[in-house]
Design a binder for this molecule. Structure first.
Ligand SMILES: [Zn+2]
Ligand SMILES: [Zn+2]
Length: 243
């Protein structure tokens, strides 16, 4: 199972090919903004005709967007119809469905153009929630902080959009991303074992992210003792141990 198709998808594809298990792949897409789909053309399993890739999109028009915006002759030399792998667009009717040993749930998020978050509960007892792109303090909220806290309640890993600082507000209000302080408050309500700050502002350098991580960890120690803050970075591997 893969969450979104950013540039990290290339490394994942290479790893799956090395391990001899490139299929089936279940790709859960939060939405089709470029930073969430640009890795797809460079995903190794796409280029093997025996592979089967299930894509769980938000909307029916996702397939058309793929054709128009990624696999067209302006942006990539191979058209969507000439991709060797079988790419199947799935749009579950129910808010919850099964993939292998896991139950997957989704929730609509506060983001311009729409986005969906996912929760994955494995039968073995491990759980993860992936919530991006999402603005926790949105003016007209599709989903509230309390609803998201219930959705992600008690997961092992909660990955949440944490792009902004209070100093970015109010200028970036309505842009569809969250302030770190609001994510920490969500962490206190949901009490994940690991709270992963994700979707950093592209202008933030490593020192700035280290400072955010340190400040967040200190704060969360006082408010949710069982939660550890992790600042996401490229190639990061997390151990999900379960209950
Ligand atoms: Zn987006
Ligand atoms: Zn994004």
């Amino acid at each position: 199972m893969a969450l979104d198709a950013g540039t990290g998808l290339r490394q994942l594809g290479n790893q799956l090919l090395r391990e001899g298990r490139p299929s089936p792949v279940h790709l859960l897409l939060s939405h089709t903004h470029w930073d969430h789909v640009l890795g797809l053309p460079f995903f190794g399993p796409l280029w093997g005709k025996e592979n089967h890739i299930f894509v769980y999109p938000l909307a029916n028009e996702a397939q058309e967007r793929f054709q128009r915006n990624i696999f067209d002759d302006i942006h990539f030399p191979v058209s969507v119809n000439d991709i060797p792998a079988r790419m199947e667009f799935v749009r579950p009717d129910a808010p919850t469905w099964r993939i292998g040993s896991a139950t997957v749930s989704r929730i609509m998020l506060n983001h311009p153009g729409g986005a969906q978050g996912f929760r994955i509960d494995d039968d073995g007892g491990t759980s993860l929630a992936y919530i991006t792109d999402n603005e926790l303090r949105a003016g007209k909220a599709l989903v509230t902080v309390e609803e998201l806290a219930r959705f992600a309640d008690d997961v092992d890993v909660l990955i949440h959009d944490s792009q902004y600082l209070m100093s970015d507000m109010p200028h970036k209000h309505g842009w569809g991303h969250s302030v770190v302080d609001d994510v920490l408050n969500l962490g206190v309500l949901a009490e994940p074992k690991q709270l992963v700050l994700f979707h950093h502002d592209p202008d933030r350098d490593d020192d700035a992210l280290d400072a955010i991580g340190k400040r967040s960890q200190n704060w969360i120690l006082e408010h949710a003792k069982g939660t550890q803050v992790v600042v996401a970075s490229e190639g990061l591997a997390l151990d999900v141990t379960g209950k």
